[in-house]
Ligand binder design. Structure first.
Ligand code: G
Ligand code: G
Ligand code: MN
Ligand code: NA
Length: 254
């Protein structure tokens, strides 16, 4: 069966597909989980970045369907990998703040996990600081319900959004992703290292897992390891890849 795309079309027609990027444990080194990243190829414009179409989908009310399709498709993929004996320990999925405002996200998560035999502990939802600042009670209830299910909530692009940290004690957050902009020049501009160290210390103090994104070079990798960062993601380890390429990547990693 061909997966239905977010517009209800066949996946190929809609032009959406998912790539998966490994997030690796730095010590001892190994695959921690994969992050699902949506890709869109327009028939005439070619590949369009999610940085462009995700904000548009949020504005025109299509993000709910897009994020729902990504969730259903990626959890089903995790089930297929496991059925085929490909050892993928977990999955992270990006969810727009807009999707949280519609109250049915916890129900959708519960049913898609059950349908594919995936434990809630193996799913992480990456959310933005913007969602943490919302006053919408429905979104707060959804965060609590997802936490109660056993899903991990991760703050994407941490450090670039709102400066208030009070949401870290108000909401059941389990993980922070250090934004790429801090990691980018970690080995070049000395000002970045104390910031990265401080974020790692916040994580230690509050019992949060820290993921560094945008790790491209060995020097960045070694500095993050020395600072005690748990998880890394970036071209240094692997680029986002189609589902079919992951088994080969894992085999090559040994
Ligand atoms: O993969 P790439 O770096 O091009 O992604 C750019 C941005 O798009 C990232 O901030 C990422 O969080 C976001 N993004 C990627 N996939 C999804 C998705 O399925 N849903 C939402 N809401 N955002 C996504
Ligand atoms: O914000 P979020 O973590 O959801 O975005 C992940 C995005 O970062 C993806 O679009 C992915 O393509 C991109 N990305 C992943 N690794 C690297 C990297 O090492 N360098 C750069 N510049 N971008 C990366
Ligand atoms: Mn993300
Ligand atoms: Na990010």
């Amino acid at each position: 069966r061909q997966a239905a795309g977010p517009r209800g079309d066949a996946e190929g027609e809609a032009g959406f597909e998912l790539h998966y990027q490994p997030q690796v444990r730095l010590n001892p080194y190994g695959l921690h989980r994969v992050e699902a990243l949506v890709r869109w190829t327009h028939p005439r414009w070619g590949a369009v970045s999610p940085m462009e179409f995700v904000p548009l989908a949020e504005e025109c009310g299509l993000i709910d369907r897009l994020d729902s399709w990504v969730l259903e498709t990626s959890v089903a993929q995790l089930g297929r990998w496991r059925a085929a004996g490909v050892p993928v320990p977990g999955l992270a999925v990006n969810v727009s703040a807009v999707r949280f405002a519609r109250g049915d996200l916890p129900d959708q998560v519960r049913s898609v996990l059950a349908a594919n035999g995936i434990p809630a502990a193996d799913l992480t939802l990456e959310i933005t600081e913007r969602l943490m600042m919302t006053e919408e009670v429905g979104a707060h209830d959804a965060l609590d319900a997802l936490h109660a299910l056993g899903v991990t909530l991760s703050i994407d692009d941490f450090g670039t959004g709102y400066s208030s940290l009070s949401y870290l004690k108000r909401f059941p957050v389990g993980e922070l992703k250090i934004d790429r902009s801090f990691v980018k020049e970690l080995d070049i501009d000395a000002a970045n290292r104390p910031l990265v160290r401080a974020i790692i210390q916040i994580g230690e103090a509050l019992g949060l897992t820290i993921v560094a994104e945008g790790v491209e070079r060995e020097a960045q990798h070694r500095m993050l390891e020395a600072e005690g960062c748990a998880i890394g993601q970036g071209y240094r380890f692997a680029r986002p890849m189609p589902a079919a390429a992951l088994a080969d990547w894992l085999a090559a990693e040994g």
